[in-house]
Design a protein around this ligand. Sequence first.
Ligand SMILES: [Fe+2]
Length: 163
Amino acid sequence: MRVSLLLGNWAESLHLSEIETARWRASGYLHDALREDDPEALRPKIPSRFGNWPPEMLHGPAVTEKLRSEGILDDELLSAIAYHSVGHKSLNRLGRALYCADFLEPGRMFRVEWCESMRARMPEELNNVTTEIVAARISYTIKHGLELYSESVGFWNALVNGR
Ligand SMILES: [Fe+2]
């Protein structure tokens, strides 16, 4: 709900059409729809390219597959949902907005003041804010000796090459 509300506010600030605003809100409502499901039950239902993803990231692609099976063919929306936890080079405005909203929604108790300052720059500075979030997450991953996802690195490269 909070992610959807944030996306709806951003879409209105950008004067997007009613349909486009509804689409932004829908991505917020839907992206975590299967987060409470058992990830190992979701794994067989999603394409093999997600096979090496850790359990906590499988709900995105699982929602995408469910929506696709129900006749949703909106590729931008489907990619935004599939990659909301990790990012992807293909994400454009909607995908970037969902990635940011999921990270910046006010219910998160992580780097609260920093998130507040990032929210204040949205949606006007969508690309810069997205780039800063990806930088923070990649830095955290490296600092803690964790594995980087190729999707996140691809997202970073797409963001800096598009400047
Ligand atoms: Fe999620």
